[in-house]
Design a protein around this ligand. Structure first.
Ligand SMILES: [Zn+2]
Length: 158
């Protein structure tokens, strides 16, 4: 599903400002090769850069931007974009899952996958286990049983 035609200008300015790889304790331990920025419904922009480290302890730029947002106790993401040297990149599976677990309303988040296409997070993460969890909730079971039975009950009253 295509949601918008152009990435929010503030998001592009922020990711462009932050992008730039630099080395840490070793040449090959780096940060900043990817930057990310997100917009919340309140109009605030939060951002972050990736950390490419050994031993699996690094994290994505989206991950850092989401942590930045959570500092302000905001959880809903209106749109998000990540940038590397060769252009806009879609979020990895872990970051898609992270956004969904932070707030289920984020299934409507406008995720930029290129400079001309955005896709709703729910479409990038179909059949989320969190949606299945809801189906097992007793509230849903009662809807399945009550809805078909009610018209039958009215029929018997006539
Ligand atoms: Zn990621």
């Amino acid at each position: 599903m295509r949601l918008e035609q152009m990435v929010d200008k503030r998001l592009m300015q922020e990711v462009s400002r932050l992008l730039g790889q630099f080395s840490l304790s070793r040449d090959w331990l780096t940060a900043g090769s990817v930057s990310a920025a997100l917009l919340t419904p309140s109009g605030h922009v939060y951002s972050g850069i990736c950390l490419d480290l050994a031993c699996g302890i690094g994290f994505c730029a989206e991950h850092a931007a989401i942590a930045d947002m959570l500092k302000a106790r905001e959880t809903v993401i209106e749109s998000i974009v990540a940038l590397r040297a060769d252009g806009i990149v879609p979020p990895c599976g872990r970051c898609r899952e992270l956004m969904m677990q932070v707030d289920r309303a984020n299934r409507h988040t406008c995720v930029w996958v290129s400079d001309s296409q955005a896709i709703a997070l729910g479409d990038l993460l179909p059949q989320s286990w969190m949606e299945w969890e809801q189906c097992r909730h007793p509230q849903w079971i009662s809807i399945f049983f009550i809805v078909p039975i009610e018209p039958l009950a009215k029929g018997f009253q006539r």
